[in-house]
Design a protein around this ligand. Structure first.
Ligand SMILES: [Zn+2]
Ligand SMILES: [Zn+2]
Length: 292
């Protein structure tokens, strides 16, 4: 059975949070790398993708699938800094399916990578770029036994949740999304059921959420409820608010673990492997070595 693991390269939401108080869990915004055997999938292109891209270049990876949840800045701002995009031996597929109008993935990238916002345009990419548009609940067959399922999330301007199914094991990446307090989002609950891991938008707590209705984010407690409902044993708390420091995330970890043993805080450098029997273990992986 092939390797199936993922590395968090950025677990922050909304905006990076570089500060001395944030070194343990990291300051980069959303990016998660998934390895299925030799294949590389990268979810979101927040600032975390910069380090990821450097590592993929050093490893001479020649084929990369980048899958975007949506194109708010915290999920795309790292894209112009992905080294493999400027290498002509590399093939990159960029997937997006959140657009609520006629925008395409290619148009979106061309619109934000251009003067006066940025001096480099996608014309300068040397890699072979294949822009792929889809609409949830499309199922993306990426070959080599990798099946990526998609679901529409509740977020301003749209967002897509992903589920990677590979050799009988599954990891879900669900950010950014808002639930109605007291009401489970059945589409998300059904989507994640039976997976081994769910990475989940935990920008707020249940106590904080009422102040931020309509912002498009959820809570770690809702993540626990979804995991319990769907038999998902590992919850990765993700998309941390800019005000969460190492100290507050450490106490959040204690609080979450007390009610759900499989809860853990997403941190730059955290690598989890899903074994043959579905057991989730921390591994050395490809990250920076920092763990949460
Ligand atoms: Zn976000
Ligand atoms: Zn967003």
């Amino acid at each position: 059975m092939s390797r199936f693991e993922f590395t968090v390269w950025g677990a922050r939401g909304s905006i990076p949070a570089p500060a001395a108080a944030n070194t343990r869990y990291g300051s980069d915004t959303s990016c998660v790398e998934v390895r299925c055997g030799d294949r590389v999938l990268v979810f979101d292109a927040g600032t975390g993708i910069v380090g990821c891209g450097r590592r993929l270049y050093e490893e001479r990876i020649a084929e990369i699938d980048i899958l975007l949840t949506h194109c708010h800045f915290d999920h795309i701002i790292g894209l112009p800094f992905v080294i493999p995009l400027y290498k002509d031996h590399v093939a990159v597929r960029i997937h997006a399916g959140h657009f609520l109008d006629d925008t395409t993935c290619r148009e979106m990238v061309e619109r934000f990578m251009r003067p006066p916002y940025f001096p480099v345009t996608p014309k300068q990419f040397a890699a072979g770029i294949d822009y792929r548009d889809f609409r949830p609940p499309d199922v993306l067959d990426l070959g080599d036994g990798i099946v990526v399922r998609t679901v529409r999330l509740n977020h301003p301007n749209g967002a897509v949740g992903y589920r990677v199914d590979f050799e009988g094991r599954s990891v879900c990446y669900i950010t950014d999304t808002e639930h109605e307090p007291g009401h489970r989002d059945d589409a998300v609950a059904d989507f994640v059921a039976g997976a081994q891991v769910m990475i989940y938008d935990s920008t707020y707590t249940d106590e904080e959420l009422p102040k931020y209705r309509g912002f498009g984010h959820s809570t770690w407690q809702e993540g626990v409820r979804l995991c319990r409902a769907g038999g998902v044993e590992t919850l990765v708390i993700f998309h941390h608010d800019v005000l969460r420091t190492d100290a507050s995330l450490a106490s959040l970890a204690d609080e979450a673990k007390a009610v759900f043993a499989g809860a853990r805080i997403g941190a730059t450098g955290l690598t989890l492997a899903i074994g043959e029997d579905g057991t989730v273990t921390e591994s050395q992986g490809n990250g920076s070595g920092r763990t949460g």
